[in-house]
Write a protein that binds this ligand. Structure first.
Ligand code: 6PG
Length: 240
């Protein structure tokens, strides 16, 4: 695991973007699962400002690690957030964008999206593999849309499942642990002081860490990066 700690949220976005742009540059093709949340928003703004060429974006295929079950123009939609902050500003082929259809029946859509992943992703050891999965961390220790009360979804058989937000009851579609941990690279993007407790517990392996889905992020054959800002990282005892 590599910790990449920056002083501010904006610097964290820049640090991740530098790393991501290098990864695009050194890859022939790159299949990436995006996350929703507030940190990706500023990362997408930063990425859009780098003005990568059309030929760079032609190599990149975008997927989502989770989506809220709402139409694509809803203010809650992760897809909509990505269009506003990134997709509307870059030259990426339509065919490279593989969105989760939040407007469809959730059970059917989870099944359809699992088929998309099976078909589109490159395989390693016969199993679909993302080159990069970007993840957020919820204040309650959730990641993607796997929340503590449904932590068993992590080990579900399917590549995608239907989840439910613990407070609002909103349905979500989420990828599961099997495909997340099979990725070549996993990057957590976590900023802000509201994350300090969970980040410390997960990285130091203490407190309630075992009950947080984010603790289960453990790549089998890949690399794990935590891009953090200082306010989120101050609780980590075991710092490099
Ligand atoms: C979602 C997310 C979710 C998010 C975390 C962190 O769609 O809700 O994918 O897992 O990443 O809740 O969100 P923040 O970056 O806003 O703290």
């Amino acid at each position: 695991m590599q910790l990449k700690i920056s002083s501010t949220k904006q610097k964290t976005a820049e640090s991740f973007t530098n790393w991501f742009v290098d990864l695009i540059g050194s890859s022939e093709s790159l299949h990436v699962a995006l996350s929703g949340g507030s940190t990706p928003k500023i990362v997408f703004d930063e990425l859009a400002s780098r003005q990568l060429s059309k030929s760079d974006w032609e190599k990149v295929h975008l997927y989502w690690g989770d989506e809220r079950c709402v139409p694509p123009d809803d203010s809650e939609s992760n897809y909509r957030m990505t269009v506003e902050h990134l997709l509307s500003k870059i030259e990426i082929p339509e065919n490279n964008i593989h969105r989760i259809k939040g407007e469809e029946n959730p059970v059917k859509e989870a099944k359809r999206y699992a088929e998309v992943l099976q078909k589109e992703l490159p395989k390693k050891d016969g199993f679909p593999r993302f080159d990069l999965v970007i993840l957020g961390l919820g204040d309650d220790g959730h990641t993607a849309s796997i929340f503590p009360h449904e932590i068993d979804l992590w080990n579900a058989d399917g590549l995608c499942e239907v989840a439910e937000h613990p407070e609002t009851g909103q349905k979500r579609i989420t990828i599961t642990g099997k495909i997340i941990n099979h990725a070549a690279n996993i990057a957590f993007l976590v900023t802000g002081e509201s994350k300090v407790e969970k980040v410390g517990e997960i990285i130091d392996k203490r407190g309630g860490f075992e009950s947080y889905p984010a603790t289960l992020v453990q790549p089998v054959n890949g690399k794990l990066f935590w891009f953090l800002d200082e306010p989120a990282a101050t609780g980590i005892t075991d710092r490099p």
